[in-house]
Design a protein around this ligand. Structure first.
Ligand code: T1G
Length: 654
C-alpha cells in the first residue's frame, strides 16, 4: 500500500495506491491525514489533486477491517480534515468512487471525473449505512431527493448523470490527472465553492420523505440498513449536519457489528472467491462468442436469454416449426422482462439482443458455435441422443454442456466424441434471473473447458459453484433434506401453515409447503418411490398420501393447501389434513424459532455431509448455492453461515 505524492508546480498530486481497489485501509487513512497536514503547511502548494491508481478511484472502506473493532484514524476524521484544508483538494475520479471513496470525494472541494466513472454508496448491500459523512454531504451537493436514492436505494449515477446532479464539477477525457491539475490551476483563479457540509440544503416537500420511505421499505426485503440510511439523512436535514453526522456514525457503528452485516460480508467475499477458484487462476478459458442451445423450452429459452443478456450470440435449436415459434415467443417475453428490469442500461438499448439470436431446426448451423448447452427433457436416453449428434456435427474444440439438474453427467457423456470437452452447467429457473450456476465437471473434463464454464458465469453475471457428482448435486440434495425435515415436523403434529409462517418470518419468500405446492409434490414422491423400488427403506411421508390421491400442488388444484378458482393464494385445506392424518401425531405447538432451528440444522447437516464427501469445496459455496439458487434470505448468509454462528453462540455459552 502506498499513497504517493508528486509536485507539479504549485499543485500536489496525491495518488492512493492500495491494490486491488484502493480500499481506505488504516494505513491509507493514516497517510492521508499526514499528507493533508504536510501540504497545508507547505507554502509552495496551493491546491491538491487526489486520485486513485489503476482502474478506479476508491472502492470504499476496507471491508476486511469490519470483522475487527474500528481503528483510528477514523475515516470521518480524515475526510473532515481534508474538507477543512487551507488548500482546496480536487478529487480526480475514474472508474468508480464507492462508499467511503465517494465520501472522500465529497470532502474535496471539487470533483472531476471521466465519463465512465460510477458513483455509489453501496453500504446498504453490506447491512450497514455510510459511516463517513455520505448521508450529510451528499444531500448538500445534489439535493435531498437524489441523495435519498443514492444513500438508500443503490442509485448509481454515471458520468454525465453525475454532472447533471452536480456531483461532479466537470467531466474530462484521459489523461485524467493532467486535466485535473489544469482544472485546479483554473479554480485557483476563482472564488472557491462552499465546503460540501456547509452548503445550504432546503427541506424537501413532505411527500419526498414519504415516497422515499415507501420505496425503501418495499425493496428492503426485511433488511434494516436502507431505512436507517434514509433516517440518518433526514435527521441531518431536520436537525442540522452535525446532528446528522452523529446519528449516521452511531447507526453505522451499531450496524457494523450486527449478524446481518456479518452475513452480507460473508457473501460479498464468497461471491468473489467463487469466480476465481485457486486452480482456475492460471487457466485460460476457450474463446466463446456464439453459443448453441439445444431445446427452447422453459430452461432453454431462459438460458438463451441469459446468454443474450450477457452479450453473446445464440443459435437456439428446436425440432420443428412449432418449437421454434414457442421459443421465439418465450424469448420475446424474456426480452421485455429483461428490459423492464433495466438490464440494458438507462437508455433501454437492447444492443441488438434479438439480432444476436438465430433459431433453427436441426443442427445445420451448430458448427459455428464454440459452446453448445443441451437443455432438453430430463431423460438420459434423450440427452444421450442429443450428444451423439453434437459429437458428430460440432467442431472438435466446441465445448459441450448439459443443463441436467440431477442425471449423472458421466452417463450422459458415455460414448461421446471428445469427452474432455464435456461438463455440466446447471442453470436455475428462471435462468435469465437466477444467478446460481452449478458447474459439474466429469473426471475427463479438461481444465480449460472447466475454465470456460467459469468464464461464462462471469460474463453472464452468475455465481458459479463447482459440484462433484452425486444425486442432486448440492442444491437439490439440500432442498430434499429441507423438505423432508419440514414433513417430519408435520408428522410430529406441527401445523403445515406454522412451518411455512416460520420460514417466511425468517426471510424466505415462501415456506417449504407453499413452495412445494408451486413446484409439484410429485417430484419428491417419485424420488421416494424410486428409492423404495430399489429396496431402500423409505417410510411413507404425508406428502406421499397427498400425491396418491392426486393432490400434486397448484397444478392439480390442491396439494398441502387448497387453491380456489385458479387463485394461487394458498388456503388451509381440511381435506389435505384429513388425508395425511394417518401419519400425523397429536397437534403440537412449536415456536417459530424452533421450527427455523430444526430446518436450519437439517440443511447444515446435509451441507456438512456434502462437504465431507468432497462434493463441494467450501461451506461458503454451499451458502452461495442456497442464496442464489433457492431463495435463502441473503441477510441471513446461508445455512452454513447460520450454523457457524450458532456454533459460535454455543461455544460462547459453553
Ligand atoms: N474492501 C476490501 N476488499 C475489497 C473491497 C473493499 N471495499 N472491494 C473489493 N474488494 C476486493 C474483493 O474482495 C476482491 O478480492 C478484489 O477486491 C476485486 O474485487 C465508510 C463503511 C470495486 C466494483 O461495497 O463493488 O465504504 O477476491 O472481484 O469485479 O461509509 O469490488 O481478488 O481477493 O469485486 O472489478 C463500500 C465493494 C464499502 C464496494 C470492483 N464499498 N466492491 O469490482 O472486482 S463500506 C463497496 C465492489 C464503506 C464507508 C463504508 C467491487 C468493485 P480478491 P472484485 P470487480
Amino acid at each position: 500500500m502506498t499513497v504517493n505524492v508528486e509536485i507539479d508546480g504549485e499543485i500536489a498530486i496525491v495518488t492512493i495506491e492500495n491494490p486491488p481497489v484502493n480500499a481506505l485501509s488504516g494505513a491509507v487513512r493514516e497517510r492521508l491525514l499526514t499528507l493533508v497536514e504536510l501540504l497545508d503547511g507547505d507554502a509552495n502548494i496551493r491546491a491538491v489533486v487526489l486520485t486513485g491508481a489503476g482502474r478506479l478511484f476508491v472502492a470504499g472502506a476496507d471491508i476486511v477491517e469490519f470483522d475487527r473493532p474500528p481503528e483510528p484514524p477514523f475515516l470521518p476524521e480524515v475526510i473532515a480534515r481534508i474538507e477543512a484544508a487551507a488548500k482546496p483538494w480536487i478529487a480526480a475520479i475514474r472508474g468508480a468512487a464507492l462508499g467511503g471513496g465517494l465520501e472522500l470525494a465529497l470532502g474535496c472541494r471539487f470533483r472531476v471525473a471521466t465519463a465512465n466513472a460510477r458513483f455509489a454508496l453501496p453500504e446498504i448491500n453490506l447491512g450497514i449505512i455510510p459511516g463517513a459523512g455520505g448521508t450529510q454531504r451528499l444531500p448538500r451537493v445534489v439535493g435531498v431527493a437524489e441523495a435519498a436514492r443514492i444513500v438508500a436505494e443503490n442509485y448509481t449515477p454515471v458520468g454525465a448523470e453525475a454532472l447533471r446532479l452536480g456531483l461532479v464539477d466537470t467531466l474530462m477525457e484521459e489523461p485524467l490527472v493532467p486535466g485535473a491539475v489544469s482544472f485546479a490551476r483554473a479554480a485557483l483563479g476563482r472564488a472557491l465553492p462552499p465546503r460540501s457540509l456547509n452548503r445550504g440544503v432546503s427541506a424537501p416537500a413532505s411527500d419526498v420523505w414519504a415516497e422515499a420511505e415507501g420505496r425503501v421499505v418495499a425493496d428492503a426485503k426485511g433488511a434494516t440498513a436502507p431505512l436507517q440510511a434514509l433516517q440518518a439523512l433526514r435527521h441531518g436535514i431536520d436537525y442540522g449536519a452535525e446532528a446528522g453526522l452523529a446519528l449516521e456514525r452511531k447507526t453505522f457503528l451499531a450496524l457494523r457489528s450486527t449478524e446481518e452485516a456479518a452475513a452480507l460480508r460473508h457473501l460479498f467475499f464468497a461471491e468473489r472467491a467463487a469466480l476465481r477458484p485457486a486452480d482456475m487462476r492460471l487457466q485460460s478459458p476457450r474463446s466463446v462468442e456464439t453459443v448453441g442451445v439445444v431445446g427452447g423450452g422453459t430452461m432453454g429459452s431462459g438460458i438463451a436469454a441469459a446468454l443474450l443478456n450477457g452479450g453473446l450470440s445464440v443459435v437456439l435449436i428446436e425440432q420443428d416449426e412449432e418449437g421454434v415459434f414457442r421459443a421465439r415467443s418465450t424469448l420475446a417475453k424474456l426480452f421485455e422482462s429483461s428490459r423492464r428490469r433495466g438490464l440494458f442500461g438507462a437508455g433501454g438499448d437492447a444492443s441488438g439482443w434479438m439480432d444476436r439470436l438465430e433459431t433453427t431446426i436441426g443442427y445445420g448451423t451448430v458448427e459455428r458455435c464454440e459452446l453448445v448447452i443441451e437443455a432438453v427433457f430430463e431423460d438420459l436416453a434423450v440427452k444421450r441422443a442429443v450428444f451423439a449428434e453434437l459429437g458428430r456435427v460440432c467442431r472438435p474444440g466446441t465445448v459441450l454442456a448439459t443443463n441436467t439438474s440431477y442425471i449423472d453427467p458421466r452417463l450422459i457423456a458415455e460414448g461421446l466424441l471428445g469427452p474432455e470437452r464435456f461438463l455440466g452447467l446447471h442453470f436455475f429457473s428462471p435462468a435469465h434471473v437466477m444467478k446460481l450456476l452449478e458447474i459439474i465437471p466429469t473426471p475427463q473434463t479438461a481444465p480449460d473447458v472447466l475454465a470456460t464454464g467459469y468464464d461464462l458465469a462471469r460474463r453472464l453475471g452468475k455465481v458459479p459453484v463447482r459440484s462433484g457428482i452425486c444425486d442432486g448435486f448440492i442444491g437439490n440434495r439440500i432442498l430434499r433434506r429441507y423438505r423432508t425435515e419440514a414433513e417430519v415436523l408435520v408428522r410430529a403434529g406441527v401445523g403445515i401453515a406454522a412451518v411455512d409462517a416460520a420460514m417466511r418470518a425468517f426471510g424466505f419468500a415462501m415456506g417449504p409447503f407453499e413452495m412445494q405446492d408451486m413446484a409439484g409434490l410429485d417430484i419428491a414422491f417419485l424420488y421416494r418411490e424410486a428409492a423404495r423400488s430399489r429396496g431402500e427403506p423409505v417410510p411413507d411421508m404425508p406428502g406421499d398420501l397427498l400425491v396418491r390421491v392426486g393432490r400434486k400442488g397448484q397444478k392439480s388444484g390442491g396439494g398441502w393447501y387448497d387453491y380456489i378458482d385458479g387463485n394461487r393464494r394458498p388456503i388451509r385445506s381440511p381435506e389435505a389434513e384429513r388425508i395425511i392424518a394417518p401419519l400425523v401425531g397429536a397437534k403440537k405447538e412449536m415456536a417459530g424459532e424452533e421450527i427455523v432451528a430444526r430446518l436450519m440444522t437439517a440443511m447444515a447437516d446435509e451441507g456438512r455431509t456434502i462437504l465431507d464427501e468432497g462434493i463441494v469445496a467450501s461451506a461458503a459455496d454451499i451458502d452461495l448455492v442456497e442464496v442464489h439458487g433457492y431463495g435463502f434470505p441473503r441477510r441471513r448468509g446461508g445455512p452454513m453461515f447460520q450454523a457457524s454462528r450458532q456454533d459460535m453462540t454455543i461455544t460462547r455459552t459453553l
